[in-house]
Design a protein around this ligand. Structure first.
Ligand SMILES: [Zn+2]
Length: 84
């Protein structure tokens, strides 16, 4: 069985296999914070569970702002929610 790394959700702060989480990346080249839908971006990353509750909680707690220590466009949370 292939080993899948565990990552922490910024909302519930529980550890989950990386492939069960949404990855959000601060793009190294542009500095932009983006949803890494196709897993092609490099940079500092944060994770949220693939469920509406955690996305909403992350938004409420400003989990991504904390993870990246900078402002995050609220639209990103909405986009993540739309992906559920
Ligand atoms: Zn979670």
């Amino acid at each position: 069985m292939k080993h899948i790394p565990m990552r922490m959700c910024v909302a519930c702060r529980e550890m989950h296999p990386q492939n069960e989480l949404i990855r959000i990346v601060r793009d190294n080249s542009s500095g932009e914070i983006k949803l890494d839908a196709d897993k092609k971006l490099f940079g500092r990353s944060a994770y949220i569970c693939r469920n509406t509750e955690c996305v909403k909680l992350a938004k409420k707690k400003r989990g991504l702002e904390r993870a990246f220590q900078c402002a995050v466009d609220g639209e990103l949370y909405n986009t993540a929610e739309d992906m559920m």
